[in-house]
Ligand binder design. Structure first.
Ligand code: GDP
Length: 301
């Protein structure tokens, strides 16, 4: 964005701002047990989870106990520790030459699956790729309608099936169509009803089984979409969805809101799953590659 004319806006009070206060003269504090504890609490309050927060604070403190540190240095050191956890998982979704690449999109209802599919479809289109979308949540008419709207925005065909029909047969037909059309990508939306885990498991397993009848390697990517505002609950969602699907990567949405998104650090630390992209708004362009250094700096801001 172009820099506005006039004085720079005041920096947002972030994690460390609250601990150390504004620092015109950079007051320094001795890194002792009390300070370590405050740092741990701040990291926990940023949704990083207890285990990961303790680890980040301990790594940062290692070899520095008793030293005097200013706020800027503390921020930088913490951001470095956080980025070290995030760096190995920040990876774009891998796309192999074989056409069509099948991307199965899973996640609880409301997490942002439909929106993310629309945004991704638009990015792929902009990159010159042809895309087909399958509206696999055949139980929610509203979800199908939403996906059609996104398909129109991204200029991508959306295959639908009558309400209540078998999502697996839709997925099969969609793959046949994507193959026939020589499409680069097929993205399949799915239902995210966690209320009945057995149904969810059977439904996703059947979709995968049926896809593999046409392509033994499908789905090539299984994206789990997580809502940043659910905080630590995202950890539980990853655990559940890994039981029902072979999740290959994550997208975290709604990082434009008040959610600090620290749970991404806990997720990276605990599961090591690739983080492909982050959602930062409701518009078609609001999907960004995941940048660990930027994310860590914003988190410790
Ligand atoms: P689905 O049920 O998983 O398909 O979720 P939807 O894609 O329908 O999204 C649920 C709601 O979250 C919608 O109102 C979206 O506009 C909104 N949403 C999705 N992604 C983002 C995001 O990155 N930021 C914000 N602010 N809202 C989002």
């Amino acid at each position: 964005a172009a820099a506005p004319v006039g004085p720079a806006p005041a920096p947002r009070a972030g994690l460390l701002g609250r601990l150390t206060g504004r620092a015109p003269a950079e007051p320094q504090r001795v890194l002792d047990d009390a300070m370590l504890e405050s740092l741990e609490e701040l990291l926990i309050s940023a949704d990083m989870g207890v285990e990961t927060s303790l680890k980040v604070a301990a790594n940062m403190a290692e070899g520095r106990f008793g030293r005097r540190l200013g706020a800027t240095e503390i921020k930088r050191l913490l951001a470095d520790e956080i980025a070290a956890i995030l760096d190995p998982v920040a990876r774009p979704m891998p796309l192999f030459p074989k056409k069509p690449q099948v991307v199965l999109v899973v996640g609880v209802n409301g997490s942002g699956k439909t929106t993310t599919i629309g945004k991704l479809a638009s990015q792929f289109r902009a990159a010159g790729k042809s895309v087909v979308i399958a509206a696999g949540d055949t139980f929610r008419a509203a979800a199908v309608e939403q996906l059609q709207i996104w398909g129109a925005r991204a200029d991508v065909p959306v295959m639908t099936a009558p309400e209540g029909s078998d999502p697996a047969s839709l997925a099969f037909d969609a793959l046949a169509r994507a193959e026939a059309e020589g499409a680069d990508l097929l993205m399949i939306d799915t239902a995210g009803r966690l209320q009945n885990r057995k149904d969810l498991m059977e439904e996703l397993a059947k979709i995968v089984r049926v896809l593999r009848k046409r392509d033994p390697e499908a789905p090539h990517n299984t994206l789990l979409v997580l809502d940043a505002t659910t905080g630590q609950n995202a950890l539980e969602q990853v655990r559940i969805f890994r039981e029902v699907a072979d999740v290959t990567g994550l997208v975290m949405t709604k990082l434009d809101g008040t959610a600090k998104g620290g749970v991404l650090v806990a997720l990276a630390d605990r599961f090591g799953l690739p983080i492909h992209a982050i959602g930062v708004g409701e518009q078609i362009d609001d999907l960004q590659p995941f940048d660990p250094a930027e994310f860590a700096a914003a988190l410790t801001g």
